[in-house]
Design a protein around this ligand. Sequence first.
Ligand code: ADP
Ligand code: MG
Length: 140
Amino acid sequence: MALEHTFSIIKPDATERNLTGKINAIFEEAGLRIVAQKRVHLTKAQAGKFYEVHKERPFYDELCEFMSRSPVVVQVLEGENAIAKNREVMGATNPAEAADGTVRKLFAESIGENSVHGSDSAENAAIEIAYFFAGIEIVG
Ligand code: ADP
Ligand code: MG
């Protein structure tokens, strides 16, 4: 299995509750290495561009408001099978359905305010990483 990169966001509900370190510890315990990281405060338009694939969904406006409400921490995580591994560590979108020990089970407040984002495919990981990071900022 090749070493992969995936893109992660620690969302506003989590940064507001000062959970960045606790969530990063879970990633590291799972064997994911944080090879790039910065804290940014997205505008609603920047959040909208990132989540453009969801623009027809009923929750799109609410999602963009939420993602621009407070700072987020954007990250590149590296590891064996990192994309699928991170999705496993995150847990299901709805925290009520998330497995024990997952980030969303531990910390998410609702299906919308669910603490973390993680890429769902290699193609999307590459697009999402390039939206936030220059190659020179990713140091494995
Ligand atoms: P995931 O983040 O698990 O990949 P999706 O890609 O389906 O989930 O949705 C993107 C984000 O949109 C979710 O993480 C969540 O913040 C928000 N979202 C998804 N479904 C709903 C919903 N039914 N109501 C409100 N917000 C939602
Ligand atoms: Mg998704």
